[in-house]
Design a protein around this ligand. Sequence first.
Ligand code: SAM
Length: 229
Amino acid sequence: MKINTDDKTIVKNYFNAIGFDRWQNIYGNGKVNKVQEDIRFGHQQTIDTVLKWLKSDGDLSGLVICDAGCGVGSLSIPLVKEGAIVSASDISEKMVTEARKRANDILENTDTINFYVQDLETLKGNFHTTICLDVLIHYPSDNAAKMINHLASLTNSRIILSFAPKTFYLTVLKKIGEFFPGPSKTTRAYQHNKDMIIQTLKQNGFKIQRTGMTSTKFYYSQIIEAIKE
Ligand code: SAM
């Protein structure tokens, strides 16, 4: 299945409407239901893992980082706190507006963060590190490689991706979910084959440096860090 303008329009519209309400709550501190609480907890673990990896490789001061599909800034804001120069972008204007608001509320100085409403496949620039967390879930497998190729072309040194891995267990869970029709608060979700993602990174001249997996009851995210050879 190909991702086309319609697929992207669906994702964009979702994150500018019901998806925005749902996810800005999950990625916040307010009251949420048990499932959302679990997802919030899992997502925070992914963010913490990535920050730990980055910090253990050295001081982030002055490092130029692209956060592609930044959502409400859950990663971008702590990166700025660590001294990085961050380019934060998202296809959803509402997400970017919320990220900018949170940055203004939390950060003492917002000079080192720039926000863009942009499809990550049209991003331009040169970044030391490119990070794209939990965005591949919106990409059908056929198009994931093209998207990773583009991110790799922007990246001088390191790329970090996270995605829902294609495992038997998750496929069954997804199928069970599909048996319960009704007003959906979700959009299409695609799992990806870990080997395919690794292969794509290798074809772009990157080698795998670290891998990690966050698993809670309702949140699964495979994290891969690759560095340029
Ligand atoms: N990366 C953020 C995080 O981990 O906190 C947000 C993850 S959220 C599940 C997925 C985000 O990807 C949404 O904000 C959505 O608007 C964005 N997104 C989806 N497709 C995109 C695309 N083609 N270009 C840029 N952003 C995209």
